[in-house]
Unconditional design. Structure first.
Length: 304
């Protein structure tokens, strides 16, 4: 077995044991890394000694093969996650999958997922095996429906949702409270999750107050663990995990509201921003997306 193959095996074992990856996820990652290894072998390289140029060539090769965009995106994501794991294990001192981009001028715009991508992410999260899927699906629904920060999401108590409320009272930065709405989809996801919540309770801790308990040291699911699960759901949905994070769901919440015609002041209150200038950045994102729709769909634009 080559060194690269041994590393890939260790990565898959980590995904199975530490991250409880679903069988379908593991099967997909196995195929994706085998595909990358085959390409690198053609260049006289292995996953262990591939250079940044080799990985860039592989990514370009994916685009030239005519693969479905979701498949190509998932394979790039698998390679990136693999090399992040290798870097974390100190088996390599560099990450050849990390692209070096020139510094951008001006204020960077937040990453945003399209509505279709959010739907795919929610479906992918909910499709995980059994209780894991119900919990992750519930968390993604809540984050997107209410624009919660990751700390606010993982800090929710069982009492806050025990009576199927239409709104959450969230304590944000600086201890300021705000109302966060819950749509029907999020409320249904919470109801389904609450039925299996006892499976995540630490042994002998039936009085655990957290909505998302864990057997870990803190007694509740950590932001880092949620981010890891979100990465896996993104890869399963054919979305590059580099484009997805708990905060990106908050960005999507704000941008999609503005695209739907919501007032900027309302969005400011929903996000808990003290300064409306912080909220205004989303108007640029929504504006760019709407301009693209007009340019590509308007009859006169098509004629031009």
């Amino acid at each position: 077995m080559s060194k690269g193959a041994a590393w890939a095996e260790a990565f898959l074992e980590m995904m199975a044991v530490e991250r409880a990856a679903a069988k379908n996820t593991l099967a997909a990652y196995t195929r994706d890394l085998a595909d990358a290894a085959a390409f690198l072998a053609g260049r006289g390289r292995d996953l262990a000694d591939a250079t940044a140029e080799d990985v860039e060539a592989y990514f370009a090769h994916l685009g030239a093969r005519g693969l479905a965009p979701a498949t190509a995106s998932r394979r790039r994501a698998a390679v990136r996650q693999f090399y992040r794991f290798v870097l974390g294990e100190a088996w390599r001192a560099d990450d050849p999958s990390r692209r070096v981009e020139a510094p951008k001028k001006g204020r960077s715009l937040p990453k945003v997922l399209s509505r279709d991508e959010v739907d795919r992410l929610i479906a992918s999260a909910a499709a995980r095996d059994g209780a894991q899927g119900l919990r992750l699906g519930c968390m993604v629904e809540l984050a997107y429906a209410s624009g919660l920060r990751i700390s606010e999401l993982t800090g929710l108590t069982l009492a806050a949702l025990a009576r199927d409320p239409a709104y959450l009272i969230v304590k944000g930065k600086g201890g300021k409270e705000r109302l966060a709405p819950l749509n029907e989809a999020a409320r249904a996801a919470v109801k389904a999750y609450l039925e299996i919540r006892p499976q995540f309770l630490p042994k002998g801790d039936k009085a655990n107050p957290w909505l998302f308990p864990s057997r870990g040291k803190g007694g509740r699911l950590t932001p880092r663990r949620f981010a890891q699960l979100l990465d896996e759901a993104a890869a399963d949905a054919g979305i590059d995990p580099a484009r997805v994070s708990p905060h990106v769901l908050r960005h999507a919440f704000a941008t999609h509201l503005l695209e739907g015609g919501a007032d900027l002041r309302v969005v400011q209150k929903l996000l808990g921003h003290g300064d409306i200038a912080t909220t205004q950045i989303y108007t640029h994102v929504a504006g760019d997306r709407l301009a693209h729709v007009v340019a590509s769909k308007h009859p006169l634009a098509k004629k031009g």
